[in-house]
Each structure stands twice: as structure tokens, then as C-alpha cells.
Design a protein around this ligand. Sequence first.
Ligand code: MIG
Length: 731
Amino acid sequence: MSRRKDPHWVAARQAPPRADQNPKMLRHQLPAEHSLHRATVSGIRALRLSVWPPESQLPGSLALDPARTIDWRSARQARLPLGVRWQRQAEARFQILFPLGPEARCLGLGERYEGLQRRGRVHTLFATDDHVHIESVDPLYKSIGWLVVADGPEHYGILLDSPAPQRWDLDSRRVGKATITLLTRRGWQLTLLGPASMPELVAAMTTLTGRAALPPRWSLGHCQSRWSYASESAVRQIAGQFRARRIPCDSICLDIDYMKDYRIFTIDRSRFRGFESMVQDLARDGMRLVPICDPGVVRSANDATYGDGRRHDVFCRRSNGSVFVGKVWAGPSVLPDFAREEVRAWWGRRLRLLTSKGVAGIWADMNEPALFDHKRPLALDSDELPPEDQQLFVQQALEGTVGHFELHNAYGMQMARACWESLEQSRPNERPFVLTRSTYTGGQRYGAVWLGDNMSWFEHLRRSIPMLLSAGLSGLAFSGVDVGGFGSDCDAELLARWYQLGIFYPYFRNHCAMGGRAQEPWAYGPKIERAVRRLIETRYRLIPYLEGLFAEHRESGAPLMRPLFWHYPDDPRLSEVDDQFLLGPDLLVAPILYRGTTTRTMVLPKGRWYPFDGGPALSGGRLHQVSFDLEAVPAFVRHGAILPLVDPAAHTGLLDGAPLTFQVYGSRARGRFWQDDGQSRSYEQGAFNDWALNYQQGKLAIRARHLGYAPQKRRYFVAAEGQRRAVSLPG
Ligand code: MIG
């Protein structure tokens, strides 16, 4: 198809007028049923358009959080907000159109390899394992159909709830028009939110799609990974190095080589003879293991998971009824149909083969699903959804059998969900940890994400900021990228620079690829090791602050990493800043992002900002030239903030008893200290303390907003105006 000629528009204009259609909408080329509902979602106006071909029905939603109920009322509204119109153009092709004002910015859309701005290009949502992250790459692993159109102070949110292939052309021809092309034979829903501010829109969006649970504290610590620590002795050795070198660390990931011949739910006993005792020994030392899980199950009569799966009929079939086979690591493999509840339950039971051995969490990879023999099963510019028998396989949607592509973008999330729910069931009072590569709108309900196979390039260090910021604006608050970079060799300077940024990622993991050089913090000599140790210790000091931010995310949907305009929408100079960010309201991070440089320009929002490493405050509302050597913490604290900082320890299991300092920035300041056991789900029943901190006239007032947790004994201090003294919590 030629996008340049834009046959869509020609077709739309030529479509015969239909008197039975709402005149304010486009004339439909093909009939489609629709309905409109309205609601108030966390104080924001929401209008939902539901559309389905008459021969189909409105399918159940995968994006919406099933735990939340919204009071939708039927609406009659001729005009949709934002001037949105839609049409069914062909049997399996819908279009949604809206104008974009000359100044309108487009933000969101989850994981894209680019800056914050989405306008001016076509974005395909079709989950793909494309490890070539360069400017021309289009779809990556995640598919989040959520866009914020920011035109002046009033923003609108657009949530397209369909896991089918779709292209968001956000004015690629610069004519002021956005066109979403959705290839589906099923129904879909479009929710329009606003007008509202960015924080309000993200609050409403996450009211609909759900929020991340509080993570287990250990998962906020440092994670060390590589493809692969391929034997018990290698894993024990790495764990031992962290302790011997006094570098804090909480977990190690086990990549695919812990398995026997890459077969899921097996352990290679020749290399991991004492897997169980290894897990236990490391756990006693506060080091947890997170094994990888791929969805593919080898097609082999003597594979237990394959046999069990065939007995339970869990694998995706082709439309002719035969089980679909594709190539992945273990060889020809079959794929569970995670869209089916009983298949997720089956997977959850199989997963206990691993979780019963005491591993702490699950890392879900390859779940786009990635297949070596079908790298690009649908052309990006395709204008037709192929017939069922050409969609690799079929899956069971709630309303019946559909071609795989119809559900493709949700496959990864449904796998993460199967892992998550399995952990919930087998460890009912423990916070689950799942890390997934592919996910869909609402995926924050099922754990953390990382952004896949980046490279050890400064370019990818830089890009991680807008990519993670956009993920956060799209609901994915618990996120990170591989610190040090996955592909290619990281060098000393890049590793230190990456830690200077990575300590502020919500999920903080050093990971690298097979064949690359060693990338552990000590692999570059004592100078880098000392710098990285200090940076990781800083991360641990910040964990109480991070936990408060996760609590805030649960209350308001706010991401942890926030673009500057999140808190300072009135300063137009901040609206495009994507090489600095805020971590919560109080920390501004401005890392060094170019090789060979130690100095950068940064902008500070209004107010005054204290260098994290100490020294006089800088005034905001203007640019500054700042320098950071390899040991520095490239961050600034807002004047008027109080940070709860804990003394670092070898792992988070020791933080409960470690001294904690309320660090006051300025002579009048406020802060928050969230406190709970960091591991159980009792906080859902109120077993937490939420302290309001207020410092003025030389005194710190600590008031309980909520009391429900009896903390371990520890010492508390307040550090303000150059002095540090002991304080105690009331109650
Ligand atoms: O085809 O398991 O993104 O983190 O180390 C590569 C091996 C499969 C891709 C993941 C990466 C992981 C690697 N996996």
C-alpha cells in the first residue's frame, strides 16, 4: 500500500452517505453498530464509544482493571470530544480520525524508541521482538494504545482498547490530522478523557486500567543479571562478590541457561546440581533469584510440560485444528493460549515447579510472542487483516475463536498475568514480582517491565529517559532498562554514567547479552567499582522515598519518573525537556549523557534546588551549567522537601533496622514517610504507617496520617540546617 496516496481518505470520501448514521460522524463505508456511554472517572469526564461489526459482538476488554467498577451511563452525544470521528472502512479495517491543532503535542503511546513527542510519525502497535533499537524502528515489545493530546493547558486522553494491529498516524504529513487505522473483525472501545491536566488524565486512565501493586522491597534493590550465569558456581560466585566487595545487591536473574536444553520448567542438573540448596543459601544472605520463563514449550513427546499441556489441550492451534509449532530457543515449540483462563491456571500450576524451589519472582521474556521463524508475521503497512488461517494460529477470545493477530498485542500481558496470579495463589501473603518484556494497556497490574534489548551506547543511555517517562505516562510506573546496556560491550565510563542514571529507574537491573564482556560493577577496576558502589548505596538510601512514591502511584496513578512539565505545566520551557526528569516531586535528575563530557546544561524549574551531594542551593527558573565526575549523584532536591533516607546495607532485608534520617532541605519543609513491612500484602488491609513530616522554626513535627504497622526498632534522625539529631516517631 502507498501511505503517501492515502487511499483511506479517498475511500472515506467516496463512501455512500448513509442516512441511518449519526450525521456528525463520518459516513460509514460499511455498517457497524455503536453505542456511547459516559461516566466521571476520578473527577474527569469520560466518554466511551463502543463499536462492533454487526456480524460480531462487543468483546470483553483486556485493558480495563476487572477489580474496578465504573458507573457508565448511556449517553447521546452527537459530537465526540477532540472532534473524533470514525468509520468502518473495510471488512476488517476501522479508522478513527481527529484533528490536531498546530501547537498540539502528542504524548504517551507506551514504549517507543524516540523522545517524548509522538507527533509527526506513524506508530505501529504490533508487539515485536526487534532488538535493533535505532531511529527507524517502529513497533517494539509493548502495545499501549493511550495518547494524550496536549493543546494548551487542557489535555485530552484517548484510550483505544483493542489488542489488534493498529497504526497511529499522528500527523505524519503535517496537515493537522491524526488517523488511527485498526485492523480487526472484532469490536473495540475508545475512551475519551478530559479536558484535564496531565496528572488528572493519568489518574483517570489508571483508574480504568489499574495501578501497580506495591512491589516487594527486595525488588527495589539492585539486581545483577547477565545472559547467563550458567552454573551454580557462577551464581554463587557473583552473589559472593557483592558481599565481599560490600556492594549492595538483592537479586540475581537466571537467564535461559539454567534450563535443560532451554526447556521451560526444567533445570539443567549438570550445571545446577544443588539448585534448591543454592536458592536457600543465597536467600539466607538476602540474595534472591529470579529465573526467566519463555512461553514456548518444546514439541517433544518426552517433555513433561508438553505432555501435560497436550493432555489439558492448552496450546494454540492453527485454524485447521493442528497445534501450531514455531521456532524458539528449545527448537520447534508450541505456545500456550494465555487468553484462556484455564490455560493461565495451567501455566500457574506448572510454574510451581520453579516457585516451589524458592525463587523470588519470575522474569517473562519472548512473550510478544517472539518466533525465530516468524519475525514479522504482519507487514507494518498492511491494510488488511489476513484471514484466520493466515494469522499463525487462532486463540480463544471471550466471545469465541479468533485469529491470533486479533489478540496479538495482549499475548505478553496475559502471560505475565498467568505468572502473577500463580504467585498470588501460591504465596497469598507475599507481594508477587514479575518482570515482563511484552505487555498491553493495563499491564502495570501484573508487574514490572523492562524495555528489552538496548545496546551499550550513550545513545541508549539518553533514550532511556524519554522512553521510561512515556511508559510512565502510559500507566507503566514500575520500569527500567538494562543498566550498562544489553548488546555490545559497555566500557568503564559508560557503566559509571549509566549507574548515575540507573539508580533512579524504578526497576534497577544491570543486564547484558551472551558473548559480551563482564559488566558487573567491579569488572572495570577499583575506581569504577568505588563510584558504582557509592551510587548503588545512594539507591538504597532512597528506598524509603521510592516506597512513598509507589504508595503515591497507588493513590493517584502518578508514575515515579515524571517529565518536568508534570509538576510545572505553566513553564513552557519545560514542556520538551527529555534529558532530565523528576523522580517524584522532590528529586530532579540531570545525568551526564555524552561520552567524554563531565559538564552539561540543565534547566531548573522555579524555586531553589540543592545538589544531592551537598552544597548551596541553585536558583530555579533558569539554566545552569553543572559538572559531575564519575562518583557524583547527578540530582537536585527541591527546596522545601524532606527526604526519608535510610543508611545503606548489603541488602534491603537489613533496612528495617537501619538508622533513618529525615533530611530537610530548607528552613520550612514538608515530606512524607511511608512505612510497612515491605514484603506482605497486609498493607492492602491497612498495615502501614503514613507519616506527614513538617519542619519549621527548627522543629520537625511528625504526624500520623495513617497508623497500622508496628515497625522494628531503629534510630531516627532529623538533619536540618547543618545539624543532625535524634528524633522519635510518635505513637
Ligand atoms: O533471544 O534469554 O530481551 O534480556 O537475556 C534473546 C536471552 C532472548 C532476550 C531478552 C534478554 C535475554 C535474552 N532474550
